[in-house]
Design a protein around this ligand. Structure first.
Ligand code: WTA
Length: 640
């Protein structure tokens, strides 16, 4: 843990908010919820039927009303989204534009038969039509389920099938690193056998003509004839707003289900507290809307506050390492929120690139998604923030809906310690416990748990209450299990130490080992597979796979390796590409047959293996070790 600390004040010294949150958290959230616009007041703030929470029961609300209608008198001409395409094209979308398009698309959805509670899968790249489609769903009470446009047809099919969406929204193409990806083709492949899908709305981004099937409709044609008037549905506070699929420890992705009133309350407050948002700010979050950070802090958080934000279609290092700094300079970005992976990459390329841009508009910086190394934190602070911007290291999860641990310069001034997400947000109860669930003394590594319900928490897993209970509430009685290791230091600051379960964080993306292993064994030559993450200087973690071939395997060596990589790219998506694949004759397992990933990880990272007394067959370790040594030698020889 680093010893240095930094104190940067933005002039906010509100001790009252924390004091009130400590006195009575439920009453505190009641007060926070009143900052939103409700059609009618709730009768009960929280019903906690552990582990199911219902916030603001009886209250009626609409997410699109709170992000759009409320701004029409004061901010209609204010830009909501300053969009920049990967190719440098720009679009400015004002609050009036967004409101009009959302109403029109809400009417389109209605005309396609979408009703309150129906699911709509959105598979779009980072274009303004993506938030338009989400908010249109919210307007009529349909549940949006956005799938990251880097996912392949198989992952997409699983998600559409689980949610039973009858309408899909997509585009002809998306652009990634200069290549165009034919999204429509991927959708066609994914829904091939899904008869419940009734319509596919296609946004055309190119002039290339499209062969339209019977289910296909074109976005611009539907929008042309659609009315601009659409009354927002008055929805129960607990009405589901969206499903977002995320990797879990089993092969099947989990549909994390979020409600409306609680989720919006959580975002409205955390967005203000963490980012100190002002009407004059230009906010820039680099997350893709396909992940939770994009849902919460590109779509709902900034728009609730009537903020102006940048939406960039591409990845941070394309077309060059200077793209992000160039955007910050050109638009005068004041608040910048990104990932440790992006920062590690920028840092590696040296100070001269960011130093050649004018970054003086920046006044606040943030990170999310993975632990940030103290040296990277200091670099961010000095080189990007010029030692004048606080950094908010925000810890949270798809399941928590919004930030849970973070410095809150919009509220209070506290010393920042590089590498620590500091303290819980007001109105939450978070601590570190041992295997038995006992609270640990300071400076002791344990599991991060949440002891009281919070407004942004997931309602359940879509269609699977039992799994919801098992995954999050069975390890510790009445405590939410986050799956993360952490330490709380003697000042009450939290230090996140990575996942305690079988989930990997590769460049901030959440990928389950089981999903990867299922994909590998779907190849006809593979009998068994095990994957683990090993530390990587830039991406935090990279994927390493160990596979056992079937006896009658037809292919071997580099040909098979290439095929397996293709299998994963087609089965999950390019983000899940393993960095290395090792062929072994057996995998290290416990006596009960569980693969010991710890052993694989230790070998692949060249660390000491530790206690292997529970191993089924000690020779498996040697096998893995031999395969690894062999491969390392081959790689070395190929390089020299
Ligand atoms: C990790 C992303 C350390 C953590 C918002 C968590 C972090 C998982 C941080 C959730 C942080 C997120 N410091 N680790 N500031 N933020 N994580 O669902 O392991 O994609 O459990 O949500 O990311 O990933 P998810």
């Amino acid at each position: 843990m680093s010893e240095d600390f930094y104190e940067i004040s933005l002039g906010n010294f509100d001790t009252e908010t924390r004091r009130r949150s400590n006195l009575d958290p439920v009453l505190f959230w009641d007060e926070q919820a009143k900052k939103l616009s409700w059609f009618n007041q709730w009768t009960k703030t929280l019903e906690w039927n552990s582990p199911f929470a219902k916030w603001f029961i009886g209250g009626k609300i609409n997410a699109s009303y709170n992000t759009l209608d409320v701004h029409q008198t004061t901010r209609a001409k204010k830009p909501a989204i300053l969009w920049e395409g990967e190719d440098g094209t720009n679009r400015t979308i004002t609050y009036a534009d967004l409101y009009r398009d959302v109403c029109k698309f809400a009417n389109v959805l209605k005309s396609l038969g979408v009703k309150k509670g129906d699911r709509v899968t959105i598979y779009l790249p980072m274009v303004p039509e993506l938030p338009v489609a989400m908010l249109a769903c919210a307007r009529i009470g349909a549940i949006h389920t956005v799938v990251f446009s880097g996912f392949s047809a198989t992952s997409l099919r699983d998600r559409i099938d689980d949610s039973k969406s009858k309408v899909i929204v997509t585009a002809d193409v998306g652009y990634r690193r200069g290549n165009s990806v034919n999204l429509k083709e991927i959708i066609d492949d994914a829904i091939n056998e899904l008869n419940f899908v009734e319509h596919v709305v296609v946004l055309k981004r190119t002039e290339v003509s499209l062969l339209l099937g019977t289910k296909d409709k074109l976005w611009h044609e539907l929008m042309r004839d659609s009315s601009e008037e659409c009354e927002p549905e008055q929805l129960e506070s607990t009405h589901p707003l969206f499903i977002l699929y995320t990797s879990g420890t089993t092969g099947k992705p989990k549909g994390v289900l979020h409600g409306t009133g609680g989720y919006l309350t959580h975002l409205n407050s955390t967005f203000q507290w963490a980012f100190d948002i002002k009407d004059s700010d230009i906010f820039f979050c680099t997350a893709d809307i396909g992940w939770v950070t994009g849902h919460s802090y590109v779509v709902y958080g900034p728009l609730l506050h009537g903020a102006t934000e940048i939406m960039y279609e591409g990845v941070p290092d394309y077309p060059s390492m200077s793209r992000i700094w160039d955007i910050i300079q050109r638009y005068g970005v004041t608040i910048f929120y990104t990932t440790p992976t992006a920062l590690r990459m920028f840092m590696k390329f040296g100070d001269s690139i960011p130093n050649s841009f004018k970054l003086s508009s920046l006044r606040l910086l943030g990170t999310v998604g993975e632990p940030i190394n103290p040296e990277v934190w200091r670099w961010y602070f000095k080189t990007i923030g010029k030692s004048k911007c606080p950094i908010v290291d925000t810890w949270w999860q798809t399941e928590t809906g919004g930030m849970m641990l973070s410095p809150l310069p919009g509220l209070e001034t506290i010393p920042l310690k590089p590498g620590s997400a500091t303290r819980p947000i007001p109105g939450t109860d978070i601590t570190v416990v041992d295997e038995q669930g006992n609270e640990l003394p300071s400076n002791t590594k344990g599991y991060l748990v949440i002891r009281k319900p919070w407004p942004g928490m997931l309602l359940t897993l879509w269609g699977d209450d039992e799994k919801y209970k098992n995954v999050y509430w069975s390890k510790f009685e009445n405590n939410y299990y986050s799956g993360d290791y952490a330490i709380k230091d003697s000042d009450g600051y939290f230090w996140l130490l990575g996942r305690a379960d079988d989930i990997l964080k590769v460049a901030g993306h959440r990928i389950g080992t089981a999903e990867l292993e299922n994909s590998l064994v779907s190849h006809g030559d593979i009998a068994e597979a095990a994957v683990c993450g090993i530390p990587d200087e830039i991406k935090g973690e990279v994927i390493v796979a160990f596979v056992v071939l079937k006896q009658n395997a037809k292919k071997i060596g580099s040909i098979l390796r290439t095929e397996l990589i293709e299998t994963i790219r087609n089965g999950i998506g390019p983000i899940a590409t393993p960095q290395q694949i090792y062929f072994v004759t057996k995998l290290p397992k416990t006596r009960s047959g569980k693969i010991m990933r710890r052993v694989l990880k230790a070998i692949a990272s060249n660390e000491k293996i530790g206690d292997v007394s529970t191993l089924e067959d000690g020779s498996a370790v040697k096998d893995v070790q031999d395969a690894f040594t062999e491969l390392e030698r081959t790689v070395r020889e190929n390089k020299s």
